[in-house]
Design a protein around this ligand. Structure first.
Ligand code: GRG
Length: 291
């Protein structure tokens, strides 16, 4: 097992435990149960990026786990809503029935809503960052990353593309994915710098390349992956005739582009020296993952 795989395997249950403890503290309801279900499992890659970028800036997991749980709450909300019939209409996520299939649409919508507000609540706690300014920077940047200039915009462009007259161009699909997938990954990688009041620019450059490589790898997985390992339905984009990095660049071209982006991501970390080796390995991981 690589050092990265070991670190991810160590971090993921701690992030999950922190998030589940926060959800368990809410009053009992179907929505609370659905929140816990939506937050369960997954790689916790975004939380990992938070913990590692915090470590790079001298901030330990006791403090950084709060922001790691927050970003995984936002990510879980986005998946629960993305799976709804009004959006991607999926019945399988992380190898399990999706939230609206297990409960119903109203519960899936409310669980997503409550996961989203929980995230901002977690970041507002005194133990989320060393100073009030840093907490505000985390909150404001997460609002940007997840809202109408970030993930929600990317999702809206993706939905619009389904009924467009012509498939998206490479430039359009790159912009779409920068919002839909890239914005939360970028927030995660920059979180440690924001907590410490440091310049997040090198981490932002790392994350821009990482996020795009992640999405290209997702498109490759959609074509070549094993649905059992991926824990979700594959070939959806090709079946829907949607433009993807694979349809635009070809399978080999998409893989080559992802590999070049991993090199760019690793180059952006040079200023941190050997302290960033796990983030370097994370870039390698996103293009070799099977789920
Ligand atoms: C509903 C506002 C709104 C946004 C949804 C995240 C998203 C936007 C849609 C998800 C659709 C999708 C499959 C996108 C591809 C990239 C992606 C986000 C994959 C899932 O992330 P992983 O692989 O998942 O990190 P785990 O399960 O490991 O947490």
């Amino acid at each position: 097992m690589s050092a990265f795989a070991r670190a991810l395997a160590e971090h993921a249950p701690r992030i999950e435990a922190r998030l589940q403890a926060e959800i368990a503290a809410l009053p009992g309801s179907n929505v609370r149960d659905a929140m816990a279900y939506a937050a369960r499992g997954g790689k916790k890659l975004r939380g990992f990026l938070v913990l590692e970028s915090a470590r790079l800036h001298g901030i330990g997991p006791e403090m950084a786990l709060q922001a790691a749980a927050a970003i995984e709450a936002i990510h879980s909300y986005s998946l629960a809503h993305d799976d709804l019939p009004a959006m991607d209409d999926d019945d399988l996520r992380r190898g399990q029935p999706t939230v609206h299939v297990k409960w119903n649409e109203a519960t899936a919508i409310l669980a997503g809503d409550a996961l989203q507000t929980l995230a901002f609540g977690l970041l507002a706690r005194p133990d989320a960052a060393p100073t009030a300014e840093a907490r505000l920077a985390l909150i404001a940047s997460l609002a940007d990353a997840s809202g109408g200039a970030g993930m929600v915009l990317g999702q809206a462009l993706d939905i619009e593309a389904e009924s467009a007259d012509s498939p998206l161009t490479l430039q359009e699909i790159t912009a779409l994915q920068a919002g839909k997938t890239g914005a939360l990954i970028a927030w995660s990688a920059c979180a440690g710098a924001r907590m410490a009041g440091a310049d997040p620019a090198p981490l932002a450059a790392y994350a821009a390349a990482l996020g795009l490589a992640f999405q290209i790898a997702d498109d490759v997985l959609d074509v070549e992956g094993d649905a059992g390992l991926a824990g979700k339905r594959l070939q959806k984009d090709a079946d829907a005739g949607k433009a993807t990095f694979v349809s635009l660049l070809g399978l080999d071209g998409a893989k080559a582009r992802a590999r070049a982006l991993v090199a760019d991501a690793q180059d952006a970390l040079a200023c941190y020296g050997s302290g960033a080796h796990l983030l370097c390995d994370a870039a390698e991981f996103v293009i070799t993952r099977e789920n």
